[in-house]
Every structure is written in structure tokens, then in C-alpha cells.
Ligand binder design. Sequence first.
Ligand code: AQP
Length: 333
Amino acid sequence: MSKKIFSGVQPSGNLHLGNYLGAIKNFVELQNEKNTECIYCIVDLHAITVKQDPQELKKNIRETLATFIASGLNSKKSIIFSQSSVAAHSELAWILSCVARIGWLNRMTQFKEKAGKDKEKASIGLYAYPVLMAADILLYDTTHVPVGEDQKQHLELCRDIAQRFNNEFRSPNFLKVPEPMIQKNFSRIMSLKDAKNKMSKSDPSDLSRINLTDDKDTIINKIKKAKTDTMPMPDEKEDLKNRPEVLNLLEIFSCLSGNSIEKSKKQFCGKNFSEFKEELSNLLVEKIEPISNEIKKLLDDKKNLDNILLEGSQKANEYGEKKIIEMKKIIGF
Ligand code: AQP
């Protein structure tokens, strides 16, 4: 059976190692699989659920695209576009918001986390975010969605919405119920400064993350300053639950080297942290520096980037418009 993949990344600046290992690296692998069609979206409509500066947003959209391409995505193999250039996303989101129930959305933990204490002041968009995400996925008859652990709940909601629409409008299988593809090796890359928090674009401390635009010296400096603890490197069998910072660095090392955590533990067991950090920096520089250099080159030719987005949006619009026309018939418009 052929697979259809949809996934998105917000153009909210500072794309980092977590976005790369948790999402983009996987996007590239899927793009190169047989019988698989990939649709990758720069989800700018999601980004405006919190305040954005228009100039910055424009810059971040191009930077996200440049990061995709520099990481190995190919616009001839995958459909790559920005969400706001395909009106069907917003149209479908409205229809689905009439299908989704308030009780379902009230259970979404990401809204609670992102809205913080003062929920009354959060935008309606932030609350309805998972409905727009469902529209993104369902518009393209997506079969599989690569998502981080944090997005699992939203994908469940998407499945519920699809099933409810199909039942309510007696149109079995019209909206395809997608399967999640959860990253198996690790759940999340955590902050280099405090492993209780995930590595995130919006962390005020730049030292908390490796940006995909960081150069060699910056990467080395950030790893030098990354938090560890006072104990030596763990032995092979040590359970690292109580040493989250060490576990995080070992997970990063393992993901980049393609080795298991056990193998990485064995490699550094008994050695001191400076030796491990040096190896980790070398590996990061080897993997990230070429991406960072390529991003800079791509950003020099904005016209080329805008053309890639235009081409992608034309293909995505073809799919989107077709689905909306069929849907309108079903609804009775
Ligand atoms: N730390 C992470 N570890 C693993 N995967 C991660 N992703 C994000 N952070 C990590 C995955 O990257 C994809 C794109 O994420 P996004 O840009 O849509 O939004 P996000 O998850 O909200 O990312 P950030 O960096 O944390 O942004 P802010 O600070 O703006 O909230 C997703 O697949 C996500 O799982």
C-alpha cells in the first residue's frame, strides 16, 4: 500500500536540533522511501496563534524553507509550501470546527501549557489550533503523520474529528483516518540548560539549544556550557532516569551517530565528561555545520526560495480545492 505523509513546522524562528532530530531528519528519510508521497508544510497560520512581527514572520518562513532544503528535502520529490498560500486549510478548519466538540478541545494539554495561567487572554486561534491541524492533515487524504510525542493527543483528536464527520454525513472513509508515526529512538530532545524543559525555539536562552544556523565555534561553546552533573560518566548498566541532562546528551550523541544508547554508554563509560563533550561537539559540527552553511547560501537567493514555495503551493492547491469541492457536495452547500 502506498503511504501519504503530511507534516508541518512552524516558522517561529530559531529552528534547532530538536526540530531536526525530532522531525526534519525523519522527513528526509520518508521522502526517499518507495511508494511514499510527502507533503511538508510551513505552518504559518499556526504561528500567528501567538503574536508575530510581520517582518520577522516573512524572514522566518524563508528560513524554515531554507532549513528544509539544506537538510535534504527536495521540492521535486516532496510538496513543500506555506499553509497560508492554500486557502483550503482555513476553509476546512472552519467546517471541522463545526464537527469538533468543545469538550474534546478542553482536554488538550498543549493549550493549557501554552496559554498559561491567564487563559482568558489567549487567542481563539490558540484554542482551536488542533482543529486547524486536523484540517491540514485531512485535506490531503494523509495516511501517516510523523509527529513528536507532544503532538500525539492532537492526532487522536484529528482521528476523532474525521470519524465523526464520516458518520454524521454518512460518507464512510471520505476523510481518511490517519496513523501516527512516533519517533522510536527518543521522545524529545531537551534543553541543554535544564533537561526538565524541551529544547525549544522560544526559550529565551540561546545556550539552551543548538540552532541549525549555529557555526562551529558556537556549537563547541554551547556543548562546553551544557549542564551535566558532578558524577563521572555512567557505567553501561546505570539507569539514567535520575540524570536527565546526561541522558539527553547521550541521546543526542546516539541519534547523530546512529548507535543505540547502550552502545554510546559503553563507548564513554568511565571516561571524563570533557572527553565525551569533545566527541559530541565534533559529531554535531560534522552534521550541523554543512546544514548551517547551506542555509546561509540559500538565503542569499530569496527569489529562488519564493519560487519553490509558489510551485509547492500550486500542487497543494490542486489537492486542496478538489477535496473541498467534494466536501461541499456532501455537506449540502
Ligand atoms: N525538543 C524537541 N525534540 C524533538 N522534537 C521536537 N520538535 C520540536 N521540538 C522538539 C518537533 O519539531 C516539529 C516542529 O515543531 P513546531 O515548530 O511545529 O513547534 P513546536 O513543537 O512547538 O516547536 P518548539 O521548538 O518548541 O517551538 P515553540 O518554542 O515556538 O513552541 C514537531 O514535529 C515537533 O514535535
